[in-house]
Design a protein around this ligand. Structure first.
Ligand code: KIV
Length: 258
C-alpha cells in the first residue's frame, strides 16, 4: 500500500475526501491541487463518446485517457477504472490491471461489484495491486434505467455485506453509487476504510462527481449532480467573440502575427 493510499484511509477520521474525474491533462492540472483523488472513470464513454453504456469503453481508450490525465497529476492519488470485460477472471484481471498500472503509472484500479468479484479483488491485492471497490448502481451491469439501491431489505443486507467483504479482502476505499441515505450512512459507519459517495448522501466519507457535469460543460440533468459552474456558457461566449473579431478583421492584430 503506497503512502498516498495510507493518507486517504486516515482522512476518514479527519475530514471529507474530495474526488473528481479527469480524462485529460488540462482537467487534471486544474483539479489536482484541489482534490485528494483523481479518478479516470469509464464514465468517459458516455461523457466524451456518447456511448449508451460504459460497456463500450475499451481498455485502450482507458489507457490513452489515463496517460493524458497522468501528465496533469502531481500530488493526488490516481485511480483508473477497469473497463467492462477486462476482469472476468483472476488471470485476465491481473494481466489487465498490471498493464493499466505500467502504462498509466496510476496508483490503483477500481472494479465494480461485490460477491461476484471478491476472488478477483483478493487476487489483485495479493499481487500488490491497490483496489478501490464500487457498490450500489454498477453502470457496467445495468441494462435500461438506473434505479437507486437500498429500497428493499434483502438488497440492503446484500450491499452492506458486500462492503464488509470487500474491506476484508483489502480494498482501500469503496465508491457508493446511488445508495439510499440511511444505508450509505450505515455502510460508512461500519467500515474502517472510507466510502466515496455519488448520489449517496452526505453521510459518505467523501464525495465524487464527474467534473464535466459539475462545471456545466455538458447539459445532462441528473438528480445527484449539482451544477457548480457554467463553463458551457463561457466557452460559447469566447467562441462567439472569436468569430466576431475574425469576421470584422479585428483578429489577428499585428501583435498576434509574425
Ligand atoms: O466512471 C466514473 O466516473 C465513476 C464515478 C462516477 C464514480 O465510476
Amino acid at each position: 500500500m503506497n503512502s498516498k493510499i495510507k493518507k486517504i484511509i486516515k482522512l476518514k477520521k479527519n475530514r471529507k475526501i474530495i474526488c473528481l474525474t479527469s480524462y485529460s491533462k488540462n482537467i487534471s492540472e486544474i483539479i489536482d491541487p484541489v482534490v485528494d483523488i483523481v479518478l479516470v472513470g469509464d464514465s468517459l464513454g458516455s461523457v466524451l463518446y456518447d456511448y449508451k453504456s460504459t460497456r463500450s469503453v475499451t481498455l485502450k481508450a482507458m489507457i490513452e485517457h489515463s496517460k493524458s490525465a497522468r501528465y496533469g497529476i502531481k500530488k493526488s492519488l490516481m485511480v483508473v477504472d477497469m473497463p467492462y470485460n477486462t476482469y472476468r477472471n483472476k488471470i485476465e484481471a491481473l494481466k489487465n490491471a498490471k498493464k493499466i498500472i505500467k502504462e498509466t503509472k496510476c496508483d490503483a484500479v477500481k472494479l465494480e461489484g461485490g460477491l461476484k468479484i471478491l476472488e478477483i479483488v483478493e487476487h489483485l491485492i495479493k499481487n500488490k495491486i491497490s483496489v478501490m471497490g464500487h457498490l450500489g448502481i454498477l453502470p457496467q451491469s445495468v441494462k435500461g434505467k438506473f434505479k437507486y439501491k437500498g429500497k428493499k431489505i434483502g438488497e440492503r443486507k446484500r450491499i452492506l455485506n458486500e462492503a464488509i467483504l470487500l474491506q476484508k479482502k483489502g480494498v482501500f476505499s469503496i465508491v457508493l453509487e446511488c445508495i439510499e441515505t440511511s444505508l450509505a450512512k450505515e455502510i460508512s459507519k461500519n467500515l474502517e476504510i472510507p466510502t466515496i459517495g455519488i448520489g449517496s448522501s452526505k453521510f459518505c466519507d467523501g464525495q465524487v462527481l464527474v467534473t464535466d457535469d459539475l462545471i456545466g460543460l455538458n447539459q445532462t440533468k441528473i438528480r445527484f449532480v449539482k451544477k457548480f459552474g457554467n463553463v458551457n456558457k463561457d466557452i460559447k461566449k469566447s467562441v462567439l467573440k472569436f468569430k466576431k473579431e475574425v469576421l470584422s478583421k479585428k483578429f489577428p492584430l499585428k501583435k498576434y502575427s509574425y
